[in-house]
Design a binder for this molecule. Structure first.
Ligand SMILES: [Fe+2]
Length: 421
């Protein structure tokens, strides 16, 4: 764990006042303005992403050597994950202490140090300011004041944690420990995926989805849609309403665990409700949907770690999902695909092949991004409208079945409290 530079100034901000009223029915209703109002969005950035939360930054295997870095965002704030001279991983703000320009413009790479392109202020891999051009002026004139102290003007370093090879950071000195923040159930899911084995980076996919970031969060807390929308899942048995499953809200509703047991293609009573179950369809390359048995024993899905990350497995594809809000009406979605260093060649091939289910053009995931766009368009035209989430009841208790919106209700119960709405 690293500390922040002492000089970091504290700016006292006036709280954002949101002049809105939540529907009387409470957490079974979601007013459309939570997806469109710029003041709501700004408050979310402050309360959640810059607040007492732990945020997913990346995997240790993405920065293998001294000086390897990954550019990342925590909400609206650009940051850099970088391995320092001692081999430790820092997360620093991507912002020059001089005028505030981003010092790192590329997604990944390896550097000796960071130089801001604007006036070439130079920082070491811990964010310490090392040098300023023309510090003593030019031709005997100008330069910085004699008492200008480089040590006072480093880049802020965030509190960071490494859990099984995943890197997390918080802007807050008051956030609880990472373990306490996640809680037992979510931590168990992370540990299940990252059991301490060395990880191997397999690749990324990124896309810009024209919808509010919370719609993606809701989508991953919504097994109900997965049993209806995704022909591919239903028809080929990867995720179905009649599978054994669990929906567990945790962290007061902020986080969740959502898992299902893979049972293969079959026709049952439940499939008749699923219009998208296509008995007439056969898949020529069965391997596309057939996982090789491994550690998860057919258990798929995973944990949502609030605010913006999901860890889980789909067939043999291991991935993290990360959501980067881009204003009230858009978000970036990044999948990071990985494997274990001790995977054989065949398993690596399957992990990559099953990644075709996910991402912007994924056999399954492409349905989601299209739907979220349609929802944003629908609600933006009707800003006073309200959605209803009563599938599976009005409560927020864990469910052991798939056709439930309990995780969304639990989330909005948490959200209203945290946002003061
Ligand atoms: Fe989906």
């Amino acid at each position: 764990m690293s500390c922040t530079h002492e000089h970091t100034p504290t700016v006292v901000k006036a709280p954002i006042v949101i002049d809105r009223r939540w529907p009387e029915e409470g957490h079974t209703r979601i007013p459309a303005w939570v997806y469109t109002d710029p003041a709501v969005y700004q408050k979310e950035m402050d309360v959640f992403f810059a607040g007492k939360t732990w945020n997913y930054v990346g995997l240790e295997c993405e920065v293998p050597e001294v000086g390897s870095y990954k550019r990342q965002w925590i909400g609206d704030r650009p940051v850099i994950m970088v391995r320092n001279e001692q081999g430790e991983i820092n997360v620093i703000e991507n912002r020059c202490a001089h005028k505030g320009a981003q010092i790192c413009w590329q997604n990944t790479g390896t550097v000796k140090d960071f130089t801001c392109p604007y006036h070439q202020w130079n920082y070491d891999l811990d964010g310490n300011l090392q040098g300023i051009p023309f510090r003593r002026g030019a031709l005997g004139k100008g330069g910085m004041p004699k008492d200008f102290d480089l040590k006072q003007f480093g880049i802020k370093r965030l509190r960071t944690v490494n859990r099984g090879g995943s890197i997390w950071a918080t802007f807050s000195d008051e956030a609880p420990s990472f373990e306490e923040y996640c809680g037992e159930a979510v931590l168990a899911e992370i540990d299940h995926m990252l059991p301490g084995k060395k990880l191997k980076l397999l690749g990324y996919s990124r896309q810009l989805i024209p919808s509010n970031w919370k719609m993606y969060l809701e989508n991953l807390k919504d097994p109900y849609h997965a049993t209806l929308l995704h022909s591919f899942y239903i028809t080929f048995g990867l995720w179905r309403a009649d599978s054994k499953s669990e929906c567990i809200p945790t962290g007061g509703g902020a986080h969740s665990v959502m898992v299902s047991h893979n049972e293969g293609k079959k026709k049952t009573e439940a499939t008749s409700e699923m219009q998208r179950f296509r008995d007439d369809l056969q898949i020529h390359d069965l391997e596309t949907v057939t996982p090789r048995a491994e550690f998860n024993r057919g258990r798929v899905g995973g944990a949502w770690i609030f605010p913006a990350a999901q860890f889980g497995i789909q067939a043999n594809s291991l991935k993290t999902r990360h959501v980067i809000p881009r204003g009230p009406g858009a978000h970036e979605l990044v999948f990071t695909y990985y494997g274990y260093e001790d995977d054989d060649e065949e398993m690596t091939r399957l992990r990559l092949k099953h990644a075709n289910l996910l991402g912007p053009a994924g056999f399954v995931s492409m349905d989601d991004s299209e739907m979220l766009k349609q929802v944003q368009t629908g609600i933006s035209g009707y800003p006073d409208s309200v959605s209803v989430v009563e599938m599976g009841g009005r409560d927020t208790e864990p469910a052991d079945y798939m056709v439930s919106e309990v995780l969304i209700r639990a989330f909005y119960q948490y959200y209203r409290g945290a946002m003061g709405l």
